[in-house]
Design a protein around this ligand. Structure first.
Ligand SMILES: Cc1cc2nc3c(=O)[nH]c(=O)nc-3n(C[C@H](O)[C@H](O)[C@H](O)COP(=O)(O)OP(=O)(O)OC[C@H]3O[C@@H](n4cnc5c(N)ncnc54)[C@H](O)[C@@H]3O)c2cc1C
Length: 466
């Protein structure tokens, strides 16, 4: 059995720890945020200091694909989420019923209580320990012409942790490329797309525990220059989110609670959500959004041995599709399964993990790049008063047509939902005997493929913000 050091105790680190421990390995999680989560859910959300996770108070849903991994690997974690107040909701807002294993359902909860529940499950295992401290470098040795072999990590305070395998789960601002360069490894493969917008999210609570309105979740209302979104969470709490371009001159004003609420209250479709609610936070801002893919085996050549990237440090995406935690769970499971049958200190192990990520996750990542490229171009055109461009590449046209016919056809809506939850790929849907022809018919019929713009016009928005 291996001793594995994991840098970072966010979702990826916790999932890695849980999945490895159940296979008999010992795990040392190393986390730079020293604070432990308060027991009370509201105190956890309001007071838990998580400087290492900038998005800690942004809305999070755990998609069906991630739920399924947890069901198989750590069902007690899902039970702990629910004990902390999270709901298992279907895409129409109904609660999961006993026995509907196949339904598309997701976890709706605020991130911090959800993370605290998973952390409690993880640290409750005797074979998992937590070391508080900041990892500042890697310990490695060279053997012949092989890539460097990582044998441990160095902490900023001088302590060292030795391990058979080091997993970097330190999130989107991982220092892995610098740490690897410092031990003489060849450069990590890296591609990224900078997204010039920020998220503003305000949390609100339904009075007297009224349920959320039914309908597709999260509820998204589009304007040409910004989407407006209601995310369900735990305990009658939900968030109202606006994703605004960094080039939008009105962006700064939305930080003011009275302006943010004026805009939210004017959005048609938000009324049943906002009715009978109180704000529990000011708008929380998060910028520096990007898509980034890192590989430890660029062009099929491993740059390191005994070291792996899991979670956002490997792949992170703009959260419009909420895939980050599911990506992390899938990677953690591959790693845990691979450790049972492979030599974890070999270059082949590094190569195979990266090849698996390409085979399983690159398609989702590339779809995000295409969607974000279109979204960015559309928002910038809208800010210049120009019309939005119609989707012109085949994958975008397929998804656009699918989204337009879904509201009229429950079978198509279910298929769309399965795709949004990463249970079916767009390619599989295109081959589906019902979905494929229905989409083809819509495309042949011609007509506008842009999503309905039900949010405020630019002039209305400017008047609301002024
Ligand atoms: C606005 C926003 C909304 C999102 N919404 C969703 C959503 O709805 N659904 C979804 O699935 N995903 C969502 N995500 C993505 C999700 O937050 C991430 O995918 C997820 O947190 C990845 O977990 P991680 O463990 O890789 O990284 P993180 O959760 O960022 O954890 C990294 C951990 O490493 C620690 N750390 C960092 N450096 C060091 C170091 N040197 N030494 C020791 N510890 C270190 C940090 O303190 C932190 O605890 C969203 C992201 C954003 C930005």
């Amino acid at each position: 059995m291996a001793h594995v050091a994991v840098i970072g105790a966010g979702f990826a680190g916790l999932a890695t720890g849980l999945f490895l421990a159940r296979r008999g390995h010992t795990v040392e999680l190393i986390e730079k945020d020293a604070a432990a989560p308060p027991d009370d859910v509201e105190a956890c959300f309001a007071d838990w200091t998580r400087r290492g996770v900038a998005q800690a108070r942004q809305p999070h849903l755990l998609l069906s694909r991630g739920v399924r991994v947890l069901q198989e690997e750590a069902p007690e974690t899902l039970a702990a989420f629910c004990a902390a107040g999270a709901s298992l909701l279907t895409n129409l807002g109904q609660r999961k019923q006993a026995g509907d294993r196949e339904a598309v359902f997701f976890v709706a909860a605020r991130r911090l209580p959800m993370e605290a529940a998973m952390r409690g499950e993880t640290l409750g295992r005797p074979s998992i320990s937590l070391t508080l401290g900041e990892v500042d470098g890697l310990i490695a040795r060279r053997e012949g012409g092989e890539p460097p072999l990582v044998t441990g990590v160095a902490l900023a305070d001088g302590r060292k942790v030795e391990a058979d395998l080091v997993v970097d789960a330190s999130g989107r601002w991982s220092k892995a490329p610098e740490h690897l360069a410092a031990i003489g490894a060849d450069p990590v493969g890296e591609t990224s797309q900078d997204l010039q917008f920020c998220y503003l999210s305000q949390w609100r609570r339904k009075r007297a525990g009224a349920p959320f309105p039914p309908g597709f979740m999260p509820l998204t209302i589009n304007s040409a220059f910004a989407p407006f979104i209601c995310f369900p969470a735990d305990g009658g709490v939900f968030s109202v989110t606006m994703a605004v371009s960094l080039n939008d001159p009105l962006r700064g004003k939305l930080r003011r609670p009275e302006v943010f609420e004026r805009v939210a209250n004017a959005i048609k479709g938000f009324e049943p959500w906002l009715d009978q609610t109180d704000a529990i936070t000011e708008p929380q801002v998060m910028a520096r959004i990007e898509n980034r893919w890192r590989s430890l085996a660029p062009e099929g050549r491993a740059v390191v041995r005994g070291f792996a990237l899991v979670g956002d440090s490997a792949i992170h995406t703009n959260p419009t599709f909420g895939r980050g935690i599911s990506f992390a769970c899938l990677q953690a499971r591959w790693l845990a399964e691979a450790l049972e049958e492979r030599d974890l200190r070999s270059a082949a192990f590094t190569r195979e993990f990266e090849a698996w990520k390409v085979a399983e996750l690159l398609g989702w990542y590339q779809a995000q790049l295409v969607a974000d490229g279109r979204r960015l171009a559309g928002i910038e055109r809208a800010l210049r008063g120009q019309a939005l461009p119609e989707p012109d590449d085949a994958p975008s046209r397929f998804v656009a047509a699918l989204s337009l016919i879904a509201p009229e056809n429950p079978q198509i809506a279910a298929a769309l939902s399965r795709m949004m939850h990463m249970l079916t790929t767009p390619q599989e849907l295109a081959r589906d005997p019902v979905v494929g022809p229905a989409v083809a018919k819509r495309l042949e019929a011609g007509g506008c493929l842009l999503p309905p713009m039900a949010g405020p016009s630019r002039a209305e928005f400017e008047a609301l913000v002024a």
